[in-house]
Ligand binder design. Structure first.
Ligand code: ADP
Ligand code: MG
Length: 703
């Protein structure tokens, strides 16, 4: 049925609905209320002071204002009493809206009244009800009314909240009349029973029109389970298809000598955790299936060197390896680490391995030479930014791919680098730990390795929260540390929405610091807008200790490794997420000296103060990540909203941890025992999957 025939819709509103993607009755099945309003009797208003409620009754009187400041008053009566609904302004228009002796639903906030009615309702919305219409009277039977998100397009056609609820109700009534099942069940009976879930039909009905409030959560859980289950099913299928259908490279050469030479060249002893993950990665590399592994580790836990070992394994087997980083600074740093390492390694092993860096802004001639080297296989390890995935870049035989700080890359970018090789093994690394629930929903198809230990020479960073007023004190402390030979970062926030202003303030502060407090020292500055060779120069000077104080925006955030820097000052710390602050803080505490992180914040409210204090109390990135997600929600966790498969409408990862684990278990077990979904009991799953997740299947193939 065309929705224009639905009561309350009509031609114009149908067009508005169409523009937000609602054309069929079934589209209303996906509606999820934002809030619910309790329907109460007028006598009961007294028990709901300050709350938003819905009442229903008959207009028994309309009192027009005598003076201008006075409101128009509507008096509404039900079998339990009478209340007053005042309207300030537009009384002419309002008085025409309400007719004596007609019935209305009113939504409002319960407030104190005067005289005759002790409680009044501060008006929010209303709907006229025709009790002779069965649809209308049925609508009134429910104890709660759903309120939905109302887009501007719909508002323009005078659809108001209660009217929208009524339209959804009408649509449901219509659908039920045509089909008592309302909609297809999307989970097989054995799952519904074993996981103790309500049926799909009931969940959809009750999340919109609950009979009692507990219905809402029961229904939400069922719908959330379904979202999580199908997402995990995609992961299970993808993982299986990568493992079984695509043949990867087995890097079979013995690594005993390689490992020994590698350890010598490192100059430090690997931690147990590093050795453990190296073993996990190597086991994957030996096998014929394609590796897809996520390496998680706290800031400074030494992920880079782990990836270097894996790349050497690939190179030893005659393949090229590439590592892609989100920023040029980071690419430069990895290049310098890796090329220095290779010098050592070559001397020790007698080999002659080379590395190359590919970033934007390199001269055309150089670029051409680099392309040739890569294509001819003269470069063994290629380090770069997005420049690596340019069309012109061709590898001789790319066998191993590392994605560093991978959350900064999209699915497609990761896929593009992979496509430069022939089913290469892939290692993705995160900047900071990710809560388990998030890693299972973002990277559920990856195997996970965790480095849960920092190199032993580290002292925990001392972190303090401070106010603006104490800056002189802080600067004095900083100067003392500089005198001892240490170096300092000062970070100014640069948030995308206010980039220009932020940049200006960072630059002004830089000048000020340079000319006043730190005039006797060398102060440098970098930010995203500085052209790359200048950036290199500044970073190089900082690394070589020519610069004492480095003022920066958050470009410094990812990965920078300068062990002699021991103080991190973060201005306006309240503007960052906890994980991001932890990541910034991780720029210090990388050597054997005591390091400090000073968070400066002004006008802190209680919540933000509590939040920032977590950083003062712990250096544990895994714990911080969990807390950060609880506070900011999964969507904001990475700092930027990520689009993609993770588009839940019912799931709340903070609440649904166990539901997620259960859904994952069930999904993976199913694909294990019935990979083609051929069993009769899984037919529902197969049909629903094919009907609704074609896009996901596509993504599965490319990513
Ligand atoms: P992240 O895991 O944050 O990427 P990095 O890989 O940049 O950390 O390593 C941080 C620093 O720790 C580097 O200077 C690196 O050389 C050093 N490092 C790595 N492993 C060890 C180890 N086992 N012992 C001592 N220092 C190490
Ligand atoms: Mg790193």
């Amino acid at each position: 049925m065309d929705i224009k025939y639905l009561k309350g819709v009509g031609e114009k509103r149908a067009a508005a609905f169409k523009s937000v993607g609602i054309t069929r009755l079934e589209d209303f099945l996906n509606f999820i209320p934002r809030i619910y309003l309790k329907k109460i009797s007028i006598r009961d208003l007294r028990n709901h002071f300050g709350e938003n409620v819905v009442i229903f009754g008959k207009v028994i009187d309309v009192e027009h204002p005598i003076k201008k400041q006075q409101p128009l008053k509507i008096f509404l009566n039900d079998s339990t009493g009478t209340t007053e609904i005042p309207f300030f302004g537009k009384s002419e228009f309002r008085s025409k809206q309400f007719r004596l002796n007609e019935n209305y639903i009113f939504w409002g906030k319960v407030n104190e009244g005067y005289g005759f009615t002790k409680y009044k309702l501060d008006y929010r919305d209303h709907l006229k009800i025709d009790l002779s219409d069965k649809n209308d009277s049925d609508f009134l039977k429910f104890p709660y009314f759903p309120v939905y998100e109302l887009s501007d397009v719909l508002k323009k056609t005078w659809i108001k909240p209660i009217l929208l609820s009524k339209i959804v109700f009408n649509a449901f009534a219509k659908m039920l009349k045509e089909n008592a099942d309302l909609t297809e069940e999307t989970l097989p009976e054995y799952i519904i029973k074993s996981a103790n879930l309500p049926l799909k039909k009931n969940s959809i009905l009750r999340i919109n029109f609950p009979l009692q409030f507990s219905n809402v959560e029961e229904a939400r859980k069922r719908l959330a389970f379904e979202e999580l289950f199908y997402l995990q099913l995609i992961f299970a299928l993808k993982k299986r298809s990568i493992k079984n259908e695509v043949k990867g490279i087995s890097f079979i050469k013995n690594t005993d000598k390689l490992k020994a030479d590698f350890e010598k060249a490192c100059g430090f002893v690997l931690t147990n955790a590093q050795n453990k993950v190296i073993e996990e990665i190597y086991t994957d590399m030996k096998s014929e299936s394609v590796m897809n592994r996520l390496l998680q580790g706290d800031v400074g836990s030494g992920k880079t060197i782990v990836s270097v070992f894996a790349m050497l394994v690939a190179v030893q087997n005659g393949y090229q390896a590439a590592i892609m980083c989100p920023t040029e600074i980071l690419a430069e740093q990895h290049f310098s680490t890796i090329s220095n390492f290779l010098k050592e390694y070559n001397t020790i092993s007698g080999e002659n391995l080379t590395s190359t860096i590919l970033v934007g802004g390199q001269k055309k001639k150089l670029r051409g030479e680099l392309y040739d080297d890569i294509k001819e296989g003269k470069s063994n390890i290629i380090i770069g930014t997005h420049a690596l995935i340019q069309e012109k870049v061709e590898f001789k035989n790319l066998g191993f791919v590392v994605i560093d700080e991978q959350h900064k890359f999209g699915v497609m970018q990761r896929a593009k680098l992979k496509e430069k090789g022939l089913n290469p093994d892939v290692l993705v690394m995160t900047a900071t730990p990710i809560p388990r629930t998030l890693s299972l929903t973002y990277y559920g198809d990856l195997d996970v390795s965790i480095i849960n230990e920092l190199p032993g020479n580290r002292k925990p960073i001392i972190t303090k929260l401070s106010s603006d007023e104490r800056k002189p004190e802080i600067y004095n402390f900083v100067k003392k540390e500089i005198e001892k030979g240490r170096q300092v970062y000062i970070i100014y926030p640069l948030i995308e929405e206010s980039e220009k202003m932020d940049l200006k303030s960072a630059e002004e502060n830089y000048k000020l610091l340079k000319e006043t407090v730190f005039r006797n020292y060398n102060v440098g500055m970098i930010h995203g807008r500085i052209i790359s060779y200048e950036k290199d120069e500044v970073m190089q000077d900082f690394k070589n200790r020519k610069i004492n104080v480095l003022v920066s925006t958050t470009v410094i955030e990812v990965g920078i490794d300068i062990p002699n820097a021991t103080i991190m000052i973060i201005e306006e710390a309240q503007r960052f997420g906890l994980s991001q602050l932890h990541q910034l803080r991780g720029r210090v505490g990388r050597g054997s000296e005591q390091s400090y992180c000073i968070l400066i914040a002004k006008n802190l409210d209680e919540v933000s103060e509590k939040r920032l204090n977590i950083l003062c109390e712990t250096n544990d990135g895994f714990l911080i990540a969990e807390t950060d997600m609880e506070i900011r929600g999964p969507g904001e966790f990475f700092g930027t909203r990520q689009s993609g498969i993770l588009n839940f409408s019912c799931t709340d990862l903070n609440k649904d941890k166990n539901l997620l684990y259960r859904a994952r278990d069930i999904a993976f077990n199913i694909i294990d025992s019935d990979p083609q979904l051929r069993k009769a009991e899984n037919e529902i799953i197969k049909n629903h999957f094919l009907k609704n997740f074609k896009d996901a299947l596509y993504l599965m193939r490319v990513a």
